[in-house]
Design a protein around this ligand. Structure first.
Ligand SMILES: Cc1cc2nc3c(=O)[nH]c(=O)nc-3n(C[C@H](O)[C@H](O)[C@H](O)COP(=O)(O)OP(=O)(O)OC[C@H]3O[C@@H](n4cnc5c(N)ncnc54)[C@H](O)[C@@H]3O)c2cc1C
Length: 541
């Protein structure tokens, strides 16, 4: 609302009062499409030029850029530490366009070449990019790589080669610390450096603070702050020049992710958990004041890094490169490391009804389509339900696994028994909505064993099914697929200003990183780059 009515000498409060007095339904007042769920407080708890929700790759990058442009900055972060997904990421940084590192390795590149990569017909994910945003990415790509170095990121002197999906050259920072005890978590080298730089330049970082609702100026509609929950209290934070949403997308929010794909019910793992969650809080707060989403096709097409097969089985979180070990500072949350290096010839995968659904060695989008299909429970209409790897003592010996804690999680994610019927009866997990019928599991295994004898999988075409499942004890290990990236989010313009449903910028509000839609790249490069764009623009407001 605002300007038109204000110019007639009627501010929003007057308008609402007048409307109600005149018997106009409050719901019908168009002004409410722009009204904030949180009212302007009498007193602000914290104030800065720019306030940022989320201290991951995008939030920290936005903070540094804003500080460099003379703004004061407060970040709120709901976790006990900074870094978000980037902290546990592989750290492969997708930035090119003619970086100093590329030049040192004799690689010719340019902004135009980066842009053209994003316009190629294949692979699919690029085709769905907003071309205005792709141009921004292309133009700032090399600059953002140098900016990382200026802000203390130390890269290995190694080029990892052009990645066909992301199109550009990948580079690894030197890792700083291990959250997962897995030696390739190079992302910590990036995120810790950004955090140190942001703090050194004066950022105030409020940990264990959860952003909730945006606050708008009642007259102009400009976003001027947000509420944050901290230790049971609601705090009011003001951002006089801008508010930046960098809460990292929506992978952890079941309700939100089901907008794009109703199959994505509760049972799916999320890469990056249990370290940090992608809550959709930024998107929800912005949508509550009329923001638009963008590029939603990127989330639903069967391409790109939105889902992956679990690599470590028998634990709740088994993303391939996150191998939780007992010396991890959050192992109490992860609880188990999982059984690794799975040879899918050693197991069959069954749904909660004890039935196979696909060739276990598969992992393409046909595998996921089958995994997310009917679960065997007629009352569970969406989602594929839990998926269990079933194997026997011979498989354990072949794999040299030790199926005991802390390798496996008997609290709902790993079960063993002397017979298949007994095993089926033991499976007890919050997402197992029906008891697995023992007879069905017996039948499935007997049929599979007959395929091993015949050398042909008549049901799903697994090539040379190799090993029978016949020697007790038998085991069931959690193997439900993993959701990875948020590939769509809030609509922004080339300045990262959040747009409303009419395609107009919402004054004072910015988004970057996985909370932002339109540029469905996997990862750190786009999150840092667009974070910088948001921080710079907000600082110059
Ligand atoms: C296992 C793994 C490996 C990866 N490997 C790579 C790789 O090698 N290369 C690559 O380019 N990319 C990789 N990625 C992707 C990359 O890490 C992410 O795309 C990127 O870090 C996302 O940054 P972000 O700032 O948008 O979101 P996030 O990193 O998710 O940060 C969002 C932050 O906001 C916080 N937050 C959420 N809600 C609130 C709230 N309401 N209030 C306050 N704070 C909130 C979260 O706790 C989090 O700290 C990987 C991701 C994972 C999970």
């Amino acid at each position: 609302m605002g300007k038109a009515d204000s110019s007639r000498g009627l501010n929003r409060r007057d308008f609402v009062k007048t409307g109600i007095a005149a018997g106009i339904s409050v719901q019908a007042l168009p002004v409410l499409a722009h009204s904030a769920p949180a009212a302007v407080p009498d007193r602000w708890d914290h104030s800065a030029d720019i306030i940022i929700a989320g201290a991951g790759t995008a939030g920290l990058s936005a903070a540094i850029e804003a500080l460099d442009h003379g703004a004061s900055v407060i970040l709120v972060e709901e976790n006990y530490d900074c870094g978000g997904h980037g902290m546990v990421s592989g750290g492969r940084v997708n930035l090119g366009g003619g970086t100093s590192r590329q030049r040192a390795h004799g690689i010719e590149d340019s902004a135009d070449a980066v842009f053209e990569d994003w316009l190629r017909h294949e692979p699919l994910v690029e085709r769905y990019a907003d071309r205005d945003l792709a141009r921004v990415y292309a133009d700032l790509s090399a600059e953002t790589f140098e900016w990382m170095i200026e802000n203390g990121v130390v890269f290995q002197d190694e080029i990892l080669g052009a990645d066909s999906r992301n199109g550009r050259t990948l580079q690894w920072p030197i890792y700083e610390e291990l959250i997962t005890s897995y030696p390739t978590r190079h992302g910590s080298g990036l995120l810790r450096a950004l955090e140190k730089s942001a703090r050194a330049k004066g950022a105030q970082i409020l940990l264990l603070h959860k952003m909730r609702d945006l606050i708008q100026d009642p007259d102009s509609g400009r976003v001027i702050g947000f509420t944050a929950l901290h230790e049971g209290s609601t705090l009011y934070l003001r951002g006089t020049r801008g508010v930046i949403l960098a809460t990292g997308g929506h992978t952890s929010n079941v309700n939100f992710r089901r907008m794009f794909d109703p199959r994505l019910t509760e049972e799916y793992q999320v890469a990056g958990e249990p370290w940090s969650a992608q809550t959709a809080d930024g998107e929800i707060a912005a949508m509550a004041i009329g923001a638009s989403l963008w590029g939603t096709a990127s989330q639903t097409m069967e391409a790109g890094a939105w889902i992956s097969k679990t690599a470590h089985i028998g634990c709740q979180w088994g993303y391939s490169s996150l191998w939780w070990q007992p010396d991890s500072p959050i192992f109490d949350k992860a609880r188990a490391s999982g059984l690794s290096d799975v040879n899918w010839q050693n197991v069959i995968l069954v749904k909660q009804n004890g039935r196979r659904f696909h060739d276990e060695t598969g992992g393409g989008h046909d595998f996921f389509a089958a995994a997310l299909s009917y679960s065997g429970d007629p009352n569970k209409k969406n989602g594929g339900g839990p998926i269990w790897a079933i194997f026997d003592a011979d498989a354990v010996a072949r794999q040299e696994w030790d199926p005991t804690p802390p390798n496996v999680d008997p609290a709902g994610y790993f079960f063993s028994a002397g017979s298949l019927t007994e095993l089926a009866g033991k499976i007890d997990n919050p997402h197992q909505t029906i008891a697995m019928p023992g007879a069905a599991l017996e039948e499935t295994v007997a049929r599979y064993n007959s395929f091993v004898d015949a050398g042909v999988d008549e049901d799903f075409g697994k090539r040379n099914p190799r090993y029978k499942i016949q020697t007790p004890p038998f085991h069931a290990a959690w193997s439900t697929p993993i959701l990875h990236d948020s590939l769509c989010g809030l609509r922004v313009d080339t300045r990262c200003r959040v747009m409303n449903l009419r395609g107009e910028p919402i004054a004072g509000l910015y988004a970057a990183g996985e909370s932002m839609g339109g540029f469905p790249q996997h990862g750190l490069g786009r999150c840092a780059l667009f974070g910088r764009v948001a921080g710079r623009d907000a600082a110059s407001a």
